[in-house]
Design a binder for this molecule. Structure first.
Ligand code: FAD
Ligand code: AMP
Length: 478
């Protein structure tokens, strides 16, 4: 007789493992199937995020930032260091150790919460049956009351630059270089391209970023994107906009990349080429023909606002469904679906999902951009505060950028918070909290902020929206 579960989750990335843990917490008999194997051939839970995404990229961003700061940023504090060296294999090993700690941590959480962890491939059949094929052994059919599909995404491949895992790599390869390439090309100036490009630039590579669009970071606030581009260029990132990659040749340890831009056909040679042109939902061999699940035109699993597919009792969450491909978006969907299955009321505010780009300075935002509000015809006002006027940022010698609050012109309700600067990701979270509670700019202005903190810039930006910032002249007195 086949094993029966209240919930079977397919995929243990941040969407799936969180869904499984929450379902088990709610008393549901839960199994989670995941097929990820690490380079040693061992199961490694946590999906893209923990294995080749959010966490390893941040590990390398932090290592490379420390290296660069030690090289260039300590003199101003009166610290001299002599020659500074980087041991790349040791840096990569540290990253692997962090991955190992976190992925085994999830195994531990599964055990602690009573989630049955199954290593292998899951396939959804008709009638909420799931075929489970372990890495070794025979397939078996499992029966579920509810299925949560959380199979995530994979990098988009483009024909002109096929990945060979050596000179042309995706995120996985770019997080594992064992030495510093002299010249790195990055295709795509999106979040992943900028973060990975920054890592190798800080370690000493010459980095050229080729981006097909003329506009830089079109989803960010225009002004923030413009300022960020200036800063990145000053840091030495060679970002070429309007540059569409059309071809490549690999000869020995070098890749020649052809691209077209406003001036015609161009060519550049690099030692490593990182392809970071986006990610696509991954549903290969996941759905039996009669499973009844619909895909959208772009290959996402079609779901409603609460992640229900067209089949009762089958849900899909995370990168495999619409919305931003972000770990925290998938995790919250996982929690929501587990709670819905347990008979609770649950929803997500998709308008308040924060975005962060972990360059230095960071970029982060939540809510509406100025260009969106203009397009929607919503009257708004802006309050801005530069970190150059923040005591804490100056003390840390980290004062590039600003906090920008956008509030409704008439109601004063906060509509967006945009940060370029130190700890932008953490500061933007204050916007999520404020906006979730329907706060006005005045409300934020009336709160007490600890001194000296970076958060004071949020306070001052809120005051500036109403023309009474204290630590800078107000453009508009209100
Ligand atoms: P995934 O994490 O992709 O997990 C899906 C899991 O399902 C995988 O383990 C996969 O092997 C498994 N699977 C697939 N099919 C099957 C099957 N049939 N049977 C069994 N198992 C299956 N997001 C952020 O929020 N912040 C960041 O800083 C950030 N940085 C990133 C940096 C990089 C370099 C990359 C590549 C991504 C980054 N992301 C970041 C995005 C983030 O990693 C994804 O949004 C997130 O991992 C998606 O979670 P998920 O659970 O939907 O899917
Ligand atoms: P994101 O979707 O944020 O990960 O960003 C991927 C980026 O890659 C987008 O800004 C695309 O415009 C860019 N891109 C896609 N295809 C190409 C290409 N052939 N040449 C250059 N850039 C590209």
């Amino acid at each position: 007789m086949s094993q029966k579960f209240d919930v079977i989750v397919i995929g243990a990335g941040p969407a799936g493992y969180v869904a499984a843990i929450r379902a088990a917490q709610l008393g549901l008999n839960t199994a989670c199937i995941d097929k990820w194997l690490n380079e040693k051939g061992k199961p490694s839970l946590g999906g893209t995020c923990l294995n080749v995404g959010c966490i390893p990229s941040k590990a390398l961003l932090d290592s490379s930032q420390k290296y660069e700061e030690t090289q260039k940023g300590l003199k101003v504090h009166g610290i001299s260091t002599g020659d500074v060296a980087i041991d790349v294999p040791a840096m990569i090993k540290r990253k692997e150790k962090i991955i190992n700690t976190l992925t085994t941590g999830i195994s531990g959480l599964f055990k602690a919460n009573g989630v049955t962890s199954l290593s292998g491939t899951g396939k959804l059949l008709a009638g909420k049956q799931v075929e489970f094929t372990p890495h070794q052994g025979e397939a078996e059919i499992l029966q579920a009351e509810n299925v949560i599909i959380a199979v995530g995404s994979v990098p988009v491949a483009i024909p002109p630059t096929p990945i060979n895992g050596d000179t042309i790599v995706d995120n996985e390869g770019a997080l594992a270089f064992q030495e510093i390439p002299e010249k790195v090309g990055v295709i795509g100036a999106g979040v992943i391209g900028l973060e990975l490009g920054s890592v190798w630039k800080r370690l000493g590579s010459e980095v050229i970023v080729l981006e097909a669009l003329e506009e830089f970071l079109p989803l960010a606030d225009e002004q923030i994107a413009k300022d960020a581009l200036k800063i990145y260029k000053k840091q030495g990132l060679d970002i070429r906009l309007g540059a569409r990659v059309t071809g490549s040749q690999v000869v020995d340890n070098s890749v020649t990349v052809q691209y077209s831009d406003a001036n015609g056909e161009q060519e550049v040679s690099v030692n490593k080429l990182i392809v970071a042109v986006g990610r696509r939902p991954y549903t290969e061999n996941l759905l039996a023909d009669d499973a009844g699940i619909e895909l959208t035109e772009k290959g996402f699993i079609a779901v409603d606002g609460q992640c229900r597919t067209g089949v009762a009792g089958v849900y899909a969450v995370g990168d495999v469904v619409r919305g931003p491909m972000l770990a925290h978006k998938g995790s919250e969907e996982g929690v929501m679906v587990a709670e819905l299955i347990a008979g609770k009321k649950a929803q997500i505010n998709y308008d308040l999902i924060p975005s962060v780009i972990y360059t230095h300075p960071e970029i982060a935002w939540v809510g509406k951009t100025e260009q969106q509000l203009k397009q929607e015809g919503v009257p708004y006002k802006v309050g801005m505060f530069p970190f150059a006027a923040s005591g804490r940022a100056l003390a840390a010698n980290d004062s590039a950028g600003m906090v920008k609050i956008i509030a409704h012109e008439e109601t004063d309700r906060v509509l967006g918070l945009h940060v370029l600067g130190p700890s932008a990701g953490d500061l933007a979270q204050q916007g999520v909290i404020a906006m979730e509670f329907g706060s006005s700019a005045e409300d934020i202005g009336l709160m007490v902020f600890a001194h000296p903190t970076l958060s004071e810039a949020v306070h001052e930006a809120a005051l500036a929206a109403n023309g009474h910032a204290i630590h800078m002249p107000n453009r508009k007195k209100r």
